[in-house]
Ligand binder design. Structure first.
Ligand code: PMP
Length: 411
């Protein structure tokens, strides 16, 4: 099959991607957006001639689109092993999903200061309580417990995997803690879902948000999966056609979730793309994927730390788990300059900057950093190429000619 795993961990995967994975370009920016899988583009091509607005009567194309849209919902629910009382709402992206839930949460939300802004800014309306992460996971969890115990909170909103360092917190334990303290848990899985199989049922996660464009599907669609009672009690995220049961001039009867929050003509192609990506990802053996990714990330970490002046960036000293994201700095060189060099001289794409996590970067004492993130198409040759390019930069970096225009470095 097109999406089969080529061999055991350590070997490269044979993954059909629409872009990336070519020798011309080494993509280490999967954490920003992952290239689409061919299964995804095939699904979109099949649907394109028929797409129409859903739930709009018996028209031929509308019926096909409706079936495909609702089947996609089912696929996502199965991929995440959602419980019966959890609805799958299609949104624009993770940011949209989190803002939607923030409009439904019936009390205060506890967050860490390491979050992506998408899981930091939306929670202010009903009261946001920020816990400062400690230097260890254990102490950080202790602080979360203390905050949840100090006064009632409705929700613990936490990242599945840090978008800066890839570090993963023990989510099942945090779910237990939240529940013991009378709160629910939301996991921002934008970075976790592309790398790990998640069972909402087994982990006890109440709400999960992720984005199609990080899940090997194109931009424009995301999901919020979660318990219906809060979603049904909250104001509709987008008031309009499709979100209602009955409308009179003086009164309106809103639909229940998921339709309640999906007003307007939905992104049928985006939903179908996410479903195709979920099916493709589900075809992999999760343990082999993890082993393969660890192999690449360990090789990258080992190679980078051997280069003089290169330091790895982590939040916690006792992290037990991480996805294939490696953050680093190069002494005496602005991350933007290093990223521009890698791009211009070696056709290697990494991310530099503050990663929409300003409080975390401030905590780490960094103005900015570099981030290399691996994905399904990353090969060990790509990893060696990146290590070699950073080493060459360190040897000759000061002589590399560049200009800065509007804050962007270029040769
Ligand atoms: N949370 C995390 C952890 C992320 O990495 C990102 C994207 N960088 C987001 C939320 C926001 O995702 P989107 O831009 O697709 O809404």
């Amino acid at each position: 099959p097109a999406c089969a795993l080529a061999s055991v961990s350590g070997a490269d995967l044979q993954v059909p991607l629409v872009q990336g994975g070519t020798s011309a370009y080494a993509n280490f920016d999967h954490a920003a957006s992952a290239p689409a899988l061919t299964q995804v583009t095939d699904r979109i091509s099949q649907l394109l001639p028929y797409y129409a607005s859903v739930h709009r009567g018996a028209g031929y194309a509308s019926r096909i689109s409706t079936e495909c849209y609702e089947a996609s919902r089912g696929t996502v629910a199965r991929f995440l092993d959602a419980a019966d009382d959890q609805a799958v709402v299609f949104t624009r992206n993770t940011t949209d999903s989190l803002n939607l839930l923030a409009g439904c949460v019936p009390g205060e939300t506890v967050v860490l200061d390491i979050e992506h802004h998408a899981n930091f800014l939306p929670w202010t309306a009903r009261g946001r309580r920020v816990v400062e992460a400690a230097d260890t996971v254990e102490e950080t969890i202790r602080r979360v417990v203390a905050e949840l115990c100090s006064k009632p909170a409705a929700l613990l909103a936490i990242t599945g995997a840090s978008n800066v360092t890839g570090e993963v917190l023990p989510l099942e334990r945090l779910a237990d803690i939240a529940h013991l303290c009378g709160a629910r848990i939301l996991v921002d899985a934008a970075q976790l879902a592309p790398h790990r199989r998640i069972s909402l049922r087994e982990s006890g996660i109440d709400y999960l948000a992720c984005s199609g464009h990080k899940l090997y599907a194109p931009f424009g669609a995301g999901v919020l999966v979660g318990r219906r009672d809060w979603l049904d009690a909250g104001e509709p995220h987008l008031a309009g056609g499709g979100a209602v049961r009955e409308v009179g001039v003086a009164r309106v009867e809103w639909a229940s979730s998921p339709q309640r929050h999906e007003g307007g003509s939905p992104n049928v192609l985006g939903a179908a793309a996410i479903a195709a990506a979920c099916e493709a990802l589900a075809a992999f053996d999760p343990a082999e994927l993890i082993a393969h990714e660890r192999f690449l990330a360990d090789r990258l970490r080992g190679g980078l730390t051997a280069i003089p002046g290169v330091s790895l960036v982590n939040i916690w000293s006792d992290s037990a788990d991480s996805v294939g994201i490696v953050a680093f700095t190069v002494a005496d060189h602005a991350p933007g300059k290093v990223a521009a060099y890698l791009s211009a001289e070696h056709a290697i794409g990494v991310r530099d900057g503050r990663f929409c996590a300003h409080p975390l970067l401030a905590r780490l004492g960094l103005d900015s950093a570099l981030r290399a993130s691996v994905g399904l198409g990353t090969t060990s040759a790509d990893v060696d190429r990146l290590i070699g390019a950073v080493a060459t930069f360190v040897e000759s970096g000061t002589s590399w000619e560049y200009t800065v225009t509007d804050g962007l470095w270029s040769p």
